[in-house]
Design a protein around this ligand. Structure first.
Ligand code: NHR
Ligand code: GAR
Length: 206
């Protein structure tokens, strides 16, 4: 009798810095939709660059492994990214997901994870790259804004778009009310985008 080795589980690693609500949306979708059984995938680890990130405790409550790589303990971006890369590589992930991760990554790190690294950005890219996107969308008089899941490249917020959600800007909106409306759509968008990418990975390459 010959036996075929089961294909190894596809690891996902999430990098975040704070609240972790997008991380939790993905973690809950993975559990609810049984990604382990349906996609052969699991959320292997959540890594934060901030020791006090609220998301760390939330991930632990779901029995997800967590790690802290505190950027303040390193003298340079290169040294921080090298430590981060060692931690991420220990899981051999098929997908590395930035979810509210607030440190710009070095070209070396981005190149190492080319084709495996995605981000969610709170605007309709290519509009409003960088920070303070909601205030800038309001100030520009936009009628709609939204969120974009995109591949990460060395140019900040410029990689190919994976998926977008459109959100209206309403009269009287402040940056905070708009951010909340966009964030609630991010929580639908990001798990969908991750699921779709995992489904594509499943297809045999030949
Ligand atoms: N790294 C690369 N190379 N490319 C991208 O597209 C990246 C990235 C790292 C993070 C998320 C991004 C966003 O969606 C992201 C995309 C942080 C900053 C920033 O200026 C900008 C964009 C994004 C994330 N960070 C400051 C820095 O000096 C620190 C700010 C803070 O700590 O609060 O790294 O918006
Ligand atoms: C989200 O709105 C995400 O798009 C944004 O920060 C929030 C994180 O929320 N990301 C950036 O602005 C990256 N610079 P979360 O921690 O609750 O997921």
């Amino acid at each position: 009798m010959t036996s075929v080795a089961p294909s190894p589980v596809k690891n996902i690693v999430i990098l975040m810095s704070g609240t972790g609500s997008n991380m939790m949306a993905i973690a809950r979708a993975a559990q609810r939709e049984k990604w382990h059984d349906t996609l052969g995938a699991r959320l292997a680890c959540v890594i934060s660059n901030r020791p006090d990130a609220q998301g760390l405790a939330l991930a632990a409550q779901l029995s997800i492994a967590t790690q802290v790589i505190d950027h303040q303990q390193f003298n340079s971006r290169e040294a921080f990214d090298a430590a981060l890369q060692t931690a991420v590589d220990s899981y051999q992930p098929v997908l590395v997901v930035l979810a509210g991760f607030m440190r710009i990554l070095t070209p070396g790190f981005v190149a190492h994870y080319a084709g495996r690294l995605i981000n969610i950005h709170p605007s309709l890219l290519p509009a409003f790259t960088g920070l303070h996107t909601h205030q800038r969308a309001i100030d520009a008089g936009c009628e709609v804004t939204g969120a974009t899941v995109h591949w990460v490249t060395t140019e900040l917020d410029h990689g190919r778009i994976v998926r977008q959600a459109v959100v209206p800007i309403l009269p009287g909106d402040t940056a905070d009310t708009l951010a909340a409306r966009v964030l609630s759509q991010e929580h639908l968008l990001y798990p969908q985008a991750v699921r779709r990418l995992l489904q594509q990975l499943r297809k045999p390459s030949s």
